[in-house]
Design a protein. Structure first.
Length: 260
């Protein structure tokens, strides 16, 4: 089945202002979907809307996914403008580095509120509507860091592991309504978040090679993912091409976690 299946359908994408989320928005609009783009970064959302020039098929919504009221309001506004929601791509996330013993309560809670709480709040708001219609598809972006332990990633890994398990349980609970719920777990991807972890221009090569000092494997495919690589996986799982796939965790990491 081609991407024509998205024509006229309604999708909500969080974390839409840049990186993977923006790539998903572009793919869905190219497939003639109607898209509500959510992000906390208003200026970058406005820039994306100007760039894409999609008219009323694209609406932008300034939303902090850690805030229940803001999430519920954005979903209500999206429905009011576009109609019932067919797809949810929950992409918004933050990176929190630091050894567990050095993390503050605020850092710990911030990671959990956005990386796990964001997908929960969005899925709750959208899922209730999908149940009424007995149709829909949801994809939550987690991380391959939810698997193997990663040095100085206690808060990030824990929040992504929580998102992964919540999403799998959601998929089990929504299956009887014909609603599919899946996970995409990227590895190192060429985004601002990834580049912010690099000390210098050797950062990309260091990630590909891995690090014995921090017990981190490299990437067997010898390259870092692009946002489009991950967006392709998200759009596939949203689509009817994945019509018999639910509760699946698809790793898009060039083999970095050796299919664990």
């Amino acid at each position: 089945m081609s991407d024509r299946e998205f024509a006229g359908k309604v999708a909500v994408v969080s974390g839409a202002a840049q990186g993977i989320g923006a790539a998903v928005v572009r793919r869905l609009l190219a497939a003639e979907a109607r898209v509500a783009a959510l992000d906390v970064k208003q200026e970058q959302l406005e820039q994306l809307a100007r760039e894409l020039n999609a008219g009323d098929r694209l609406t932008i919504h300034r939303v902090d996914v850690a805030d229940t009221a803001e999430v519920n309001r954005a979903i209500a506004d999206a429905v009011a403008h576009h109609g019932p929601i067919d797809y949810l791509a929950s992409v918004a996330g933050v990176l929190q580095m630091g050894r567990v013993v050095d993390l503050t309560d605020e850092q710990w809670q911030h990671a959990l509120s956005i990386n796990a709480g964001g997908p929960f709040r969005l899925a709750r708001a959208v899922g209730k509507q999908m149940i009424e219609r007995r149709s829909g598809s949801i994809v939550v972006v987690s991380s391959n860091a939810a698997g193997p332990a990663r040095y100085e990633m206690g808060a990030y890994a824990a929040s992504k592991a929580a998102a992964t398990k919540m999403t799998q349980v959601l998929g089990l609970e929504l299956a009887e309504y014909g609603i599919r719920v899946n996970i995409v777990s990227p590895g190192s991807t060429d985004t601002d978040m990834q580049r912010g972890m690099w000390a210098d221009e050797s950062g990309r090569d260091n990630v590909i090679r891995g690090s014995l000092d921090t017990y981190k494997a490299g990437i067997p495919l010898r390259k870092i993912a692009t946002p489009d690589d991950v967006a392709d996986a998200i759009v596939f799982l949203l689509s009817e091409r994945a019509g018999h796939i639910t509760m699946h965790d698809l790793r898009v990491d060039g083999g970095a976690t050796f299919d664990q």
